[in-house]
Design a protein around this ligand. Structure first.
Ligand SMILES: *[C@@H]1O[C@H](CO)[C@@H](O)[C@H](O)[C@H]1NC(C)=O
Ligand SMILES: *[C@@H]1O[C@H](CO)[C@@H](O)[C@H](O)[C@H]1NC(C)=O
Ligand SMILES: *[C@@H]1O[C@H](CO)[C@@H](O)[C@H](O)[C@H]1NC(C)=O
Ligand SMILES: *[C@@H]1O[C@H](CO)[C@@H](O)[C@H](O)[C@H]1NC(C)=O
Length: 391
C-alpha cells in the first residue's frame, strides 16, 4: 500500500513540474519586464469582465478555500484559491509541517530559508492553491509575551528582512503567490481587533502609534525587503495604526507601500478573509469609480499571470479541501475524501532545519561563566512543554 502511494505521488509530481513557474535556483526577484507583461495580460482580462464579475472578484466568493475568487468558465479562468500558512498548508491534510519562522531565523542560513520557502511553495501549488498566506514579519516581536512572535522571524528587522526575501523568492519560484503579513504593528493579540460591550458600545482595536522613523527603520524594514523580493500580496492587520484601522490607512497602504516602496501587488484584510472576502481598500464614501475597481482586479490578476498560474497544467484543487475546511470550521473531525499527499521528501529537509535552528552551547575551555553552579535555568520555547504554560 505504501509503495503504491509513493508511486502515485511520483507520477503526480512528474506531471506537475511542467505547470506553473518552477525555476529553482536563481534566487533573484522576477524582472520588471515580467511584471509588465503580466500586467498587460491582467488588463486584457479585466477588459472582458462585466460589472457583476468585477464586483465578485473583489468581494470574493464562498468556496473550498479560506478565501476564494470564483471561476469564470467563459474566460477559461479557473478561479483563485487562498490558503492559510505560514508554516504549512493550513486546513489541508497530508502536508508537511515546517519549523516555525522563529526557529528558521535561528539557523542564520539563507539557503535553508530559501529551501523552506520553495518546499512550502511546492506543497501549496500541488494542493492546487494559488496563494499561501505568509510569510509573516508582523509581529516583529516587540514584546516577549506577544502571542504570535513565533510566526515572525526575529525582532531584528535586518534578519527578518533577509528571511522574508528568501522565503518569498523560494515560495514564488515554486509557483505559489505569497502574502506578506500583517501590515503593521500587530504586536499583541489582546484587543487586536474591535469588540462590543453588552450594551453594544464598540471598543476599538488597539492602536500601534508609530512615529515615521521607527516605522521606516524598524517595522516597515522587513516589508521593504518583501516588496523588493516581489511579494505578490500584502495582508493588512486587524489593529489600528495611529488610531486608523490598518486596512483603511491611506498613508500606510497608498503612500508608504505603493508610492515609497513601489508595491505592485494587491492588499487584502485579515478580517475580511475570515468571511471569504478579498477586499482591498475602498473609498470612504462607499462609492468606487470604475477605474479604481479595474485597478484592483488588475493588481489581483497580475501575480496570477506572473507565476504562470493560468497555465492549463496548474494542479487542480485537492478535492478533499472543501470537506477539511468545513470540518475545521465546524469543529468536526471527519472527512471521508482522501487527501492528496504533497509532502515529497520534505521530511529530511525539516529534520535539517530543526537541528540547524537549535543552538547548544558547549563549554569549551570553561568559556561559559559557570563556576560550580547550584542550579541552571533553561529558557526558550523548547525548554519545557509549552502546553503547560510559560517556562
Ligand atoms: C478557452 O480555452 C479553449 C481551449 O484551450 C480555447 O479554444 C478558447 O479559445 C479559450 N477561450 C478564451 C476566452 O480564452
Ligand atoms: C503616525 O504618527 C506619527 C506622529 O504624528 C507620524 O510621524 C507618522 O508619520 C504617522 N504614521 C502613519 C502611518 O500615519
Ligand atoms: C454615491 O453614489 C450614489 C448613487 O450614484 C449617489 O447618490 C451618492 O451621492 C454617491 N455618494 C458620494 C459620497 O459620492
Ligand atoms: C528531494 O528530492 C529531490 C528530487 O529528487 C532532490 O533533488 C533533493 O535533493 C531531495 N532533498 C532532500 C532533502 O533529500
Amino acid at each position: 500500500m505504501y509503495k503504491l502511494n509513493t508511486l502515485f505521488f511520483l507520477v503526480l509530481t512528474g506531471l506537475d513540474l511542467v505547470g506553473g513557474l518552477k525555476r529553482k535556483g536563481p534566487r533573484t526577484p522576477l524582472p520588471a519586464e515580467n511584471w509588465a507583461a503580466a500586467s498587460e495580460k491582467a488588463k486584457a482580462f479585466v477588459s472582458q469582465l462585466d460589472v457583476t464579475e468585477k464586483a465578485s472578484m473583489v468581494t470574493g466568493s464562498p468556496g473550498a478555500c479560506i478565501g476564494n475568487i470564483a471561476p469564470m468558465p467563459r474566460l477559461n479562468f479557473s478561479g483563485i484559491c487562498f490558503t492559510d500558512g505560514p508554516h504549512a498548508v493550513s486546513r489541508m491534510e497530508i502536508v508537511s509541517v515546517f519549523p516555525a519562522s522563529l526557529t528558521m531565523a535561528a539557523t542564520w542560513d539563507k539557503d535553508l530559508l530559501y529551501e523552506r520557502g520553495y518546499a512550502l511553495g511546492e506543497e501549496f501549488r500541488e494542493k492546487g492553491s494559488h496563494v499561501g498566506l505568509g510569510p509573516s514579519a508582523g509581529p516583529l516581536g516587540r514584546h516577549p509575551l506577544g502571542g504570535r512572535n513565533w510566526e515572525g522571524f526575529s525582532p531584528d528587522p535586518y534578519l527578518s528582512g533577509v528571511a522574508m526575501r528568501e522565503t518569498i523568492l523560494g515560495t514564488q519560484d515554486a509557483g505559489t503567490q505569497t502574502t506578506s503579513r500583517h501590515i503593521i504593528g500587530n504586536e499583541q493579540e489582546t484587543q487586536r481587533t474591535n469588540s462590543f460591550l453588552e450594551d453594544g458600545i464598540e471598543v476599538h482595536a488597539l492602536s500601534s502609534n508609530i512615529d515615521d522613523r521607527t516605522m521606516h527603520e524598524l517595522y516597515m524594514w522587513p516589508f521593504a525587503d518583501a516588496v523588493k523580493a516581489g511579494t505578490t500580496s500584502v495582508m493588512c492587520a486587524f489593529n489600528r495604526v495611529n488610531q486608523t484601522y490598518s486596512c483603511e490607512d491611506d498613508q500606510l497602504l497608498n503612500h508608504i507601500l505603493k508610492k515609497e516602496l513601489g508595491f505592485e501587488g494587491y492588499f487584502f484584510s485579515d478580517k475580511n478573509l475570515i468571511s471569504g472576502l478579498i477586499s482591498p481598500i475602498t473609498s470612504k464614501s462607499g462609492n468606487i469609480t470604475m477605474s479604481r475597481l479595474d485597478d484592483m482586479i488588475q493588481r489581483i490578476m497580475t501575480p496570477y499571470y506572473l507565476l504562470n498560474q493560468d497555465h492549463s497544467d496548474y494542479p487542480s484543487l485537492d478535492p478533499s479541501a472543501i470537506c477539511i475546511l468545513g470540518a475545521s470550521l465546524t469543529g468536526e473531525i471527519s472527512c471521508s475524501i482522501a487527501a492528496r499527499d504533497v509532502r515529497g521528501n520534505h521530511s529530511s529537509l525539516i529534520r535539517r532545519m530543526g537541528s540547524d535552528g537549535t543552538v547548544l552551547l558547549k563549554n569549551v575551555n570553561n568559556a561559559l561563566p559557570l563556576k560550580s553552579p547550584k542550579s541552571i535555568a533553561a529558557f526558550g520555547n523548547d525548554a519545557g512543554d509549552l502546553m503547560s504554560g510559560l517556562t
